[in-house]
Design a protein around this ligand. Sequence first.
Ligand SMILES: Nc1nc2c(ncn2[C@@H]2O[C@H](COP(=O)(O)OP(=O)(O)O)[C@@H](O)[C@H]2O)c(=O)[nH]1
Ligand SMILES: [Mg+2]
Length: 330
Amino acid sequence: MAAALDPAKLAAAVRRGDRRALARAVTLAESTRPEHRADAEALLAELVASDAKALRLGISGAPGVGKSTFIDAYGRALVAAGHGVAVLAVDPTSARGGGSILGDKTRMPELARCERAFIRPSPAGRRLGGVARRTRDAIVLAEAAGFDRVIVETVGVGQAEADVAEMVDIFALLIAPGAGDELQGLKRGNLELADLVIVTKDDGDLEDAARRAVADYGHALRLLRPQSPPDVVAVSALYGRHVDDVVAAIERRAAALAATGESERRRARQAGAALRSELYEGLSEALKEDGELARLLPELERKVAARALTPAAAAREALAAFLTRRRLVP
Ligand SMILES: Nc1nc2c(ncn2[C@@H]2O[C@H](COP(=O)(O)OP(=O)(O)O)[C@@H](O)[C@H]2O)c(=O)[nH]1
Ligand SMILES: [Mg+2]
């Protein structure tokens, strides 16, 4: 990244749809260096009120289920229909990286060649909440750059999935057809989050299994969520079959959510949740950076180990000392 950059100029370039500027802006927002943080905040402040509003789509599912292949095909269908498509790939399981290794791993060769597509792998965050914050920022930046479809790919493991569900309008869960594991997703509870279930690899030997998966998931979802069971559709991204059906299903779902006011309510709720998580993360950072607290902790740890104090009592003592010192408590 260039050493000195003017957030206002960068914001203007992003707003013009300059993709290099967008890439730099996302890099800036991802930076954990304190001196970049202020520029990133200024940049986001310039762009947060932009009128641009994209449909935000989360694509989740176990590794290997076919997320990237699907996005490659789905994204191209969107581009063909006149949309601008930004893809943000979040992979918290991969070690940190500057982009090149992750870039190879996004596996969207066709979409990557499209003029109206922007693909961005996100390096894994080491800090809790880091991935969520940076992805939220990247969504805002991609929207401001004029992309009207923003897709977030996330691995269906751990907290990342729930985090992404909390920042998109439509959350799609991808399921691979396979013997015996048709209802695996039920156990993990992520079917609760899904607005749409997409059965992948509906081709060749897997066609029958795909059909069964559509029936089984459809049935399970009608039991689990009788009020508004999500659509279940099957697709072969590899052979480009039924991709248009998925495009239609997603647009239909988005229109339904918009018509009832649910998408607005959801965004408002998400913004509130993001505010709270920034607040808690900020407080947690302040605690970790507090020198006095760092000096006090070993002593408290000894007391806890010696059972002179319970962990909860020790934590209360440490917190009280911190708040008093910061003059938050008289
Ligand atoms: N037969 C078949 N294989 C697919 C399809 N989509 C993806 N795959 C394969 O499944 C593997 C994992 O795909 P990938 O998109 O990288 O999965 P991700 O880890 O969920 O992003 C690759 O070998 C793909 O070629 C499909 O529609 N049909
Ligand atoms: Mg992938």
